[in-house]
Ligand binder design. Sequence first.
Ligand code: SF4
Length: 415
Amino acid sequence: MTLDKRNMYRLPWSMNDNAIAWLEVSDICNLACEGCYRQRITGHKTFEQVKEEVLFFKRWRNADNVSIAGGEPLIYPHILDLVALVKQNKMKPVILTNALALTPELLKELKKAGLAGFTIHIDSHQGRPQWRNKTEKETNELRQQCADMIAREKGLFVVFNATVYPSTYHEIPDILRWGQANIDKVHGLVFITYRTATTDTAVALDNTKRAVDFGKLSYVRDHFDEKFVTGPEVAQIIEETCPEYEASAYLGGTLNFDSFKWTAGATVGSRRKVYGSVGKRTMELAQAGHHLFTGTYLAYLSQAKIGRKVFAMAALDKTVGKAWRNYIGDVLRHPGHLFDSVYVQSIGIIQAPDVQPNGQADMCDSCPDMTYYDGKLINSCRMDEYRLFGGFLTVVDKDKISQPEPAIAADPSRN
Ligand code: SF4
């Protein structure tokens, strides 16, 4: 099925009323993932700095949750105080981590401080000790260890992110099937398409139109000639693996009317079987209802074991109606399945910024991952362009510009 915006709900988020606030506490990390877009320049922020950012988000973002990111937030020395601070400010603290530093003891402390859940980034291109040269299927063992550890602690949600490279695109089904087999422990999966730019074919101009040495950015390569994977292609492979999956919500692009920058869906199933998905009506009701009753839009379901009450939407939402019929058919064939718990598992796809022929990037419309930088809200995926070059770069094919001025070096003193 081709994604069709007419059958999907456009998430209602905006700059000042967004489900997510993205807070980076450090640019230090204990891994060096191939797809990372942050590099070490300034180190850990002080607690005073992050406190100021939390209060900024509270005032300007109206967020349901604060995504505490980095760098690696679990090695940030004030992580427990920060989690407590976010909670005190009535937002859900969510940690985005590679989980390398996660232990049962730290997990307990984080939960005590008020943590709502984790987004754990695991994929096969992170150069993890003991996990080098493994396939995504083999890496599921690590995902399983993390999911089991968090499930044992109880009361925390966990979503697993993976960057999708051209070379690992065909392995998406292995991650998806693993997630579905763990629907009782894994609240969501997110696939993020890899992006890069190359210095052999492109040149970058800063906001004064001077060519800069953009090879300093962590995601720029000397050379890369593989075809990038798009969000709709990821949706297609998910649907081929799991025909019950239907994407039901999206965020488009800032430049292209037909891009799918964020594609969201949620499957309904038990540990044995996926019955179907929620449709756009359920997505709309979840967002509007959450906003009506709590004042904020919703990013993460903190309770996956939603139970059969999800089927109450069948009258309003034909996609849920289909899931309901599958469920009833299954229970009639196997009456024992009536006692299986029913869960909802979100499946998200994020298409990284794509550079257009004019050198500008098509960004996510109403970017949920905007972060605080120098008194402004900026897209976190491009913050290093600000930190190194003072603003967004324009990346153009070398053969499209005649005589670029000589490249100037990055200024690491900007932060
Ligand atoms: S534009 Fe925003 S949401 Fe999209 S990839 Fe960048 S930071 Fe993430």
